[in-house]
Write a protein that binds this ligand. Structure first.
Ligand SMILES: Nc1ncnc2c1ncn2[C@@H]1O[C@H](COP(=O)(O)OP(=O)(O)OP(=O)(O)O)[C@@H](O)[C@H]1O
Ligand code: SF4
Ligand SMILES: [Mg+2]
Length: 378
C-alpha cells in the first residue's frame, strides 16, 4: 500500500535507441521524471516525440530493434533498469540488481504496473468472452481463483460503469462499443490492483463525450483506489482535465515539466506555448487555431543545438549551436524547462533566426527580469 504523495517511480536520464538499417533512432534521449502515489502524470507531445517508447521502456516491452542504452528506472526499491561501467571509463553493462525479463513478467507487469493501449482490440482476444479474459488476468496476478476471481471481474466491470455487468460478463469484445472496450481494459488493469497504470492515448480514438466520461472515471478511480497513472496524450486539453503534473516531450527529450497549473499559466518553453496555442476551444474559431509550423525532424538525425530551433518562433542564432540545459524555471519548485532563454549563454545577445514559424514579431523581446541567473536543475 502506498503512502499518498510518496515517490513510487523514478526515471533518470533514460535513453532508448532503435538500431535500424538506416541508422540509430534516438527515440528517447535523456529523460528524467517521477511519479508519486495517487497522482496522474501526463506525457504530452506530437506524434513521434517518443511518448510510447518512453512508457514502454518502463515495462521493458520494446521490440527487438529497441534497446535501453543508459539511465535508471526505479520502482519503489526495485531496479527495473540500472547500469554500471564494465571497467572504469568502459562500456555500460546491466547491474546485477536489474530485474530479468522473467522477473519483470512475474513481479512487475500487471500486478504492480499495468499498461493500457489506444486500441483495445490489440489487448482483447476477439474469440474469448470479455469476462473470462478479465477473470484469467486476475487469476494470473492475484491470489484469487474460480468463482472468487469471477466475482471480482464482475465487480470491476461494475466499478468502471458497465451496466448489467453480470450479463455483459459473457459478451465478446465486438459486442462492446469503443468506449466500453476501453472501460473493460481499465477494469482488467484495475482488477490486478496495480499501484501504477500507464495509459497510452487510450481515449484518442473516442468521441469527445465518451472521452470525457472515461477521464471522469479515471479521476474517480484514482481517488477510490489511490492508483497512480501515467497518461500519454497529444492533447493539452486532456492534460488540463486530469493531470496533476506533466512532461512535455519533443524529439526524444522532455522540454518542460511541472505542475499542470504552472505549465498552463506560467509557461516557460516555446514548444509548450505552441501546443497550448493549438488547443481547440469554444471561444476560438478554426482560423484562430495556431497549429505548430513545420514538421518534427527525424529522431535519427536530430538538429544540433536546441532540437526545436527549426520550428521555434523565438529561435536565435545561439539556439543552433548550444544545447539548452534543463533548469529550474518559474515559481513552482519542480517546474523545469530546457530553453536558452533561461540560461546565461548568450541567447539574448544573438540574432533571431528567420524560420517558418517566425513572423518577425519577437526580435525585440526583452530578457525576463533576472532571468539569466537560473539554477541548473540537472
Ligand atoms: N520499432 C521501432 N523501430 C524504429 N524506430 C522506432 C520504433 N518504434 C518507434 N520508433 C521511433 O521512435 C520515435 C518515437 O516514437 P514513439 O512511438 O515513441 O512516438 P509517440 O510520441 O508515441 O508518437 P505517437 O503520438 O504517434 O504515438 C519515432 O521517431 C519513431 O519512428
Ligand atoms: S532554446 Fe531557442 S530554439 Fe530552443 S526553445 Fe528556446 S528559444 Fe526556442
Ligand atoms: Mg505513441
Amino acid at each position: 500500500m502506498s503512502v499518498p504523495g510518496e515517490t513510487i517511480l523514478t526515471v533518470e536520464d533514460l535513453k532508448t535507441y532503435f538500431y535500424t538499417e538506416g541508422g540509430v533512432v534516438q527515440a528517447v534521449d535523456g529523460i528524467s521524471f517521477d511519479v508519486r502515489a495517487g497522482e496522474i502524470v501526463g506525457v504530452v507531445g506530437e506524434s513521434g516525440a517518443g511518448k510510447s517508447v518512453a512508457t514502454t521502456s518502463i515495462l521493458r516491452l520494446l521490440d527487438d530493434a529497441g534497446e535501453i542504452v543508459s539511465g535508471e528506472i526505479t520502482y519503489r526499491d526495485t531496479t527495473i533498469v540500472g547500469f554500471e561501467e564494465a571497467e572504469e571509463g568502459g562500456e555500460l553493462v546491466p547491474r546485477d540488481d536489474m530485474l530479468t525479463k522473467s522477473e519483470m513478467r512475474k513481479e512487475i507487469r500487471g500486478n504492480e504496473i499495468a499498461i493500457i493501449f489506444q486500441d483495445p482490440m490489440e489487448s482483447l482476444n476477439p474469440v474469448y468472452k470479455v469476462g473470462s479474459q478479465i477473470r484469467e488476468f486476475i487469476e494470473l496476478n492475484r491470489d484469487l481463483e474460480g468463482e472468487d476471481a469471477k466475482e471480482e471481474a464482475i465487480e470491476m466491470l461494475r466499478e468502471v460503469g458497465i451496466p448489467e455487468p453480470e450479463n455483459r460478463y459473457d459478451d465478446y469484445p465486438h459486442q462492446f462499443s469503443g468506449g466500453m472496450r476501453q472501460r473493460v481494459l481499465i477494469a482488467m488493469a484495475l482488477g490486478c490492483r496495480p499501484s501504477l497504470i500507464i495509459a497510452d492515448e487510450p481515449t484518442t480514438a473516442l468521441d469527445v463525450t465518451v472521452e470525457g466520461q472515461i477521464l471522469d472515471l479515471v479521476d474517480d478511480l484514482r481517488d477510490e483506489y489511490g492508483t497512480s497513472f501515467i497518461w500519454v496524450t497529444h492533447d493539452m486539453g486532456v492534460v488540463a482535465e486530469i493531470c496533476d503534473r506533466v512532461n512535455v516531450m519533443y524529439l526524444g527529450q522532455i522540454v518542460e515539466q511541472g505542475p499542470v497549473d504552472d505549465i498552463f499559466h506560467d509557461t516557460q518553453h516555446p514548444y509548450t506555448e505552441s501546443l497550448l496555442a493549438s488547443i481547440p476551444r469554444p471561444d476560438k474559431t478554426v482560423e484562430d487555431l495556431n497549429p505548430i509550423a513545420g514538421v518534427m525532424p527525424q529522431a535519427m538525425n536530430p538538429p544540433r543545438g536546441c532540437r526545436f530551433h527549426t520550428r521555434c518562433p523565438d529561435a536565435r542564432e545561439a539556439c543552433r549551436d548550444i544545447e539548452p540545459r534543463f533548469v529550474d524555471v518559474g515559481e513552482a519548485p519542480s517546474h523545469r524547462a530546457a530553453c536558452l532563454k533561461h540560461d546565461d549563454v548568450g541567447y539574448w545577445d544573438s540574432v533571431p533566426i528567420e524560420n517558418e514559424s517566425r513572423d518577425g514579431v519577437v526580435a525585440d523581446e526583452e530578457p525576463p527580469a533576472g532571468g539569466q541567473e537560473t539554477e541548473a536543475g540537472r
